[in-house]
Structures are given as structure tokens and as C-alpha cells.
Design a protein around this ligand. Structure first.
Ligand code: NDP
Length: 240
């Protein structure tokens, strides 16, 4: 029987590409999203992948949402923690709410989702967790102390949980995308983006499918000896 994967923020951008890549690799996929119902409806109509709305920063919503997916689709074998937001500002302008929201969703979402699913993976002796970090969590970025801290936290979270999952057949890895051509990056002003692209040795933004391919590898049977790793996919922007 096909293994079952849940992708958070899986209905647009990088998450949409991950949902589609996992499905073409033979997984049964469920996609979570945060509130853009119009986009989620269009995604489900085109792909046939069911979509489920809940806030990954809400602990109980993750427990309930995953229980609903398990009741309707089956036991979750793979979690891709992709949902994320930015609330950029230099520190002296960043509000406490900007800090908390980014930590709550980007890092808290990873904890909430694995709390809802890890016990089942351990019991069944197989699982895959892939967390989407960021080049800016590795290198830091002006105007992103909240985002860089949350993404950097994801990399520590990944290495700690990998040690706990290993003896149960559960691998835990991260991908660290560079700048990828999605809605999140189209919010960056063009002059700033031009300066960023000038520092990417490959000389362009990445495509969502290029991240999805890396995630799909980490979720595969063949990646069973890979755990606690971060796969950087950034056009050479940062060599970690
Ligand atoms: P987008 O802004 O294009 O999409 C974000 C996705 O996350 C959407 O599906 C959104 O749902 C979902 N989401 C946001 N908040 C929540 C929430 N509280 N609960 C559930 N879902 C939520 O982002 P990208 O595709 O660009 O980014 C995906 C991931 O990759 C993020 O973690 C991001 O930080 C990371 N990343 C992106 C880079 C880039 O250059 N684009 C670079 C490095 C990392 P909805 O559609 O309902 O709003």
C-alpha cells in the first residue's frame, strides 16, 4: 500500500511542488494550508490531492487536523514541514508580534506537526520528517532576526529529533532553500532582489520543483541512511 504524506503549506509555492513530486513518487498525499481557500480549491481540482485548512502554529489544530487526515486518508508516514511566513523588519522596528508569529508558525509548526505524528511512525517502524529551513537560517539576513532565528532553530530541531527517531526507522532531515521564485520572494522589492541574484553564483532564482526534488529524495526508501542532514539547494549562494 502507498505510504501517506502530509505537506504543510502544500497547496502553493514550494509546498505545492513538493505535494506533486511526492505524489509522482508513489505517495498518497494530503496538503495542509493556512487560509487561502481559493488557491487550495484550485490546487485540489487540478491535482486531485485533498487539502486541509488549519494553522500549523496552533498545537491543538495540528493534533485535530492530523487525526482527520488519518481518519480520511490513513496513517501518516511522512511529514514535510514546509509552511512558513515572513514578517521582515530591522530589529528596532520589529514588533513583539512579528517575532512571535514567525516563531509560532515557522518553528512551533514543526514541533506541533511531529507531536501529532511521530508516535505513529515509531510504532510502525518507518517514517520520514523533512523540515524546510532556509539559507537565511544558515547565514543570517538583514531585517530577519525573527525568520533567521526560527529557520536556524529548525536545523537544530532536525538534528536532535534525528537522534530520537533513528532506532525506530524514522529519519529526520532538512532542506535549506536559497531564493526561490514564489509569492514569498515576489514580495521582495526588485532592486533588493537584483542585489541578491547578483550574489548567487548560478545567477538566477531557484524553481520550486528544484526544492521538491530534494525533499522527494529525502522521503524515499533509498534515503534510509540519511538522517540529521541538511540539504542546501541555493545555487551556490552559501556553502555551509
Ligand atoms: P509561500 O508564501 O509561497 O507559501 C506559504 C505556504 O505556507 C502557503 O501554502 C500558506 O498557506 C502556508 N502557510 C502559511 N502560514 C501557515 C499557517 N499558519 N498554517 C498552515 N499553513 C500556512 O511560501 P514559499 O513556497 O516561498 O515557502 C515555503 C517554505 O520555504 C517556507 O517555510 C519558507 O520559509 C521556505 N523558504 C522559501 C524560500 C523562498 O525563496 N521562497 C527560501 C527559503 C526558504 P496559504 O496558501 O493558505 O496562505
Amino acid at each position: 500500500m502507498a505510504r501517506i504524506a502530509i505537506v504543510t503549506g502544500g497547496t502553493r509555492g514550494i509546498g505545492e511542488a513538493i505535494s506533486v513530486a511526492l505524489r509522482s513518487q508513489g505517495f498518497t498525499v494530503a496538503a495542509n494550508y493556512g487560509g487561502n481557500a481559493e488557491k487550495a480549491k484550485a490546487f485540489t481540482e487540478v491535482t486531485g490531492i485533498p487539502s486541509y485548512c488549519w494553522d500549523v502554529g496552533d498545537h491543538q489544530a495540528c493534533i485535530d487536523g492530523c487525526a482527520q487526515v488519518e481518519a480520511e486518508v490513513g496513517p501518516i508516514d511522512v511529514v514535510v514541514n514546509n509552511a512558513g511566513i515572513t514578517r521582515d523588519a530591522v530589529l528596532h522596528r520589529m514588533t513583539y508580534d512579528d517575532w512571535n508569529e514567525v516563531m509560532r508558525i515557522n518553528l512551533g509548526g514543526c514541533f506541533n506537526m511531529v507531536k501529532a505524528t511521530f508516535a505513529g511512525m515509531r510504532e510502525r517502524g518507518w517514517g520520514r520528517v523533512v523540515n524546510v529551513g532556509s539559507v537565511n537560517g544558515q547565514s543570517g539576513q538583514y531585517g530577519q532576526v525573527n525568520y533567521a532565528a526560527a529557520k536556524s532553530g529548525i536545523h537544530g530541531f532536525t538534528k536532535a529529533l534525528a537522534q530520537e527517531g533513528a532506532k525506530f526507522g524514522v529519519t529526520v532531515n532538512a532542506v535549506a532553500p536559497g531564493y526561490i521564485d514564489t509569492d514569498m520572494v515576489s514580495a521582495v522589492p526588485q532592486p533588493v532582489l537584483d542585489k541578491i541574484i547578483a550574489k548567487i553564483p548560478i545567477g538566477r532564482l531557484g524553481q520550486a520543483e528544484e526544492i521538491a526534488r530534494g525533499v522527494a529524495f529525502l522521503c524515499s526508501e533509498q534515503a534510509g541512511f540519511v538522517t540529521g542532514s541538511t540539504l542546501s539547494i541555493n545555487g551556490g549562494q552559501h556553502m555551509y
